[in-house]
Design a protein around this ligand. Structure first.
Ligand code: UN1
Length: 490
């Protein structure tokens, strides 16, 4: 497996590699990928810089044609790609198919947007003068992403960036490099010119080289809050645009008037789907005290029946492994902390049953009696661990939900329309769901968070084009004389 630079598949210049291993079965080595360094990044940025001028000058709808074909190819290859993704990052085939569907939706959305990319016009304050503004591409974009949505999340950045006329250097996570290469295969087949899109594999060194390269004008990052903060510092120093999508500690509130069966389905999917490894995962559950015991009883019963396993070998699998040994240790460490702080109501250990002994499996874990001071209430765990607290009123529930350094997603289950609107207004999060879990973002809507989750940008929908364009303001004076705006108008 190789890098993709300037339309060619190449090894890293130093010849170093890293192994990509199936998290459900460590005996299954997917392949060796290039462990790239700054010189490989430089090659890719040079290719992207050289390709920029021709690409930006191609009419936007023609760029859109290529993205639409890419969407068609993702559609054609969906089942095959889902298997590649499940093998390298572990979520179930239903989920990896959904991941590709999100890229298909994004491809078609970005393709049609190339026929809009609307600017604004406004009246001039002078006679015989017109004022207008256009979205312009920025240049080379460095895209660095995590492994939990190996196709969907990169697609949210890469495809709109290309639609706007930028070129891209993409470093996928070293836990999902094979999925990263799929972008190159598909965009090449769709007819993207060489150099417009490049994939460079590697770890922190390659990521740092992208962020620091003087010809990379925009950095789009999805990953941990700690890494995002470092990237933002560097981009601040180098005066680069940076869009950050980082951690979450998302809460689902269940009020006393909620449909409990619906809230139960929601929390099972929100907390244990993708093995809890989503930035939008439900990691906190806030239960009204009057339904607490009943709901916990229902939740313990349902969560204990979730089927763990290798999604490639069994269609019955509902919960896959966690991504790697480092995350396994980190999550198990949080489980130990949780056992000191609160009551472990379910799980709380690895699952080593049968073939699962070869993978990174952790049983769905639920802690009750979690207080706002507890570390498992505050810190992002990124695994199948749910922390449950109680509330006594709507105001109390919202205050507990907002007691977080993060602010990505939020959810409330209630049948009281007034309570729902108060929650929409007062929950400090980029996304609020009413009677739905904290996950379920759609490609054509803004996606992102407040507080420690982001830095004010929104991917997805129409807002992503604000990340990947700069405004050009144009004045056309057809008066045939010097007009000096506020000088003449004072
Ligand atoms: C992420 O968690 O990194 O709404 C992205 C969702 C998905 C995207 C999640 N469509 O959870």
């Amino acid at each position: 497996m190789q890098n993709y630079i300037n339309g060619r598949w190449t090894d890293s210049s130093a010849g170093k590699t890293f192994d990509n291993v199936n998290p459900a079965d460590s005996r299954d080595v997917i392949g060796a990928f290039p462990l790239s360094d700054a010189s490989d990044i430089n090659d890719a940025v040079t290719a992207a810089s050289n390709a920029y001028n021709a690409w930006r000058l191609l009419p936007a709808p023609k760029r859109g044609d290529i993205l639409r074909i890419a969407g068609d190819i993702f559609t054609r290859r969906k089942d095959e790609l889902a298997r590649i993704m499940t093998r390298e990052m572990g979520k179930t085939l239903t989920e990896t198919r959904g991941d590709i569907q999100e890229a298909i939706d994004t491809a078609y959305y970005a393709a049609t947007e190339t026929r809009r990319l609307f600017g604004y016009t406004a009246p001039s304050e002078m006679s015989n003068k017109m004022n207008m503004s256009f979205r312009m591409p920025i240049g080379v974009c460095g895209i660095i992403t995590a492994w939990n949505f190996p196709i969907a999340v990169p697609s949210w950045k890469i495809l709109p960036a290309l639609a706007c006329g930028n070129t891209v250097v993409f470093k996928p996570s070293d836990d999902s490099p094979h999925s990263g290469n799929i972008f190159a295969e598909i965009l090449e087949e769709a007819g993207l010119p060489a150099g417009v899109f490049n994939v460079v594999h590697g770890q922190a060194e390659a990521g740092r080289a992208i962020v620091e390269h003087p010809d990379v004008r925009v950095v789009g990052f999805t990953g941990s809050t700690a890494t995002g903060a470092t990237i933002a510092e560097t981009c601040g120093r180098l005066n680069k645009r940076v869009s950050l999508e980082m951690g979450g500690k998302n809460a689902q509130i269940v009020m006393d008037d909620a449909v409990l069966e619906l809230a139960l389905e929601g929390v099972l999917w929100g907390a244990f789907g993708t093995t809890g490894q989503r930035c939008t995962a439900t990691s906190r559950l806030i239960l009204h005290v009057s339904i607490h015991d009943k709901f916990i009883n229902m939740l313990q019963g349902a969560a204990s029946h979730l089927v763990l396993g290798n999604g490639l070998t069994s269609d019955a699998t509902q919960v896959g492994p966690v991504i790697n040994a480092r995350q396994l240790d980190k999550i198990l460490n949080y489980i130990e902390i949780g056992k000191q702080e609160a009551t472990c109501a379910l799980g709380g250990e690895r699952d080593m049953d049968g073939d699962k002994a070869h993978g990174n499996f952790i049983k769905p874990t639920i802690f009750t009696g979690v207080q706002r001071t507890h570390r498992i209430f505050k810190e992002e765990i990124f695994g199948p661990v749910l922390s449950v607290s109680t509330c006594t009123s709507l105001e109390d529930a919202i205050a507990i939900a907002n007691d977080s350094a993060y602010g990505l997603s939020s959810s409330i289950y209630t049948r009281d329309v007034n309570a729902a609107f108060v929650a929409i207004r007062d929950l400090e999060a980029g996304i609020t769901y009413i009677n739905a879990p904290t996950i379920g973002a759609e490609a054509h809507m803004p996606f992102g968070g407040v507080k420690g989750t982001g830095n004010g940008h929104r991917e997805g929908g129409w807002t992503v084009f604000d990340i990947f364009t700069e405004w050009k303001t144009v004045y056309v004076d057809y008066s045939g004389r010097l007009q000096r705006a506020q000088i003449d108008n004072q």
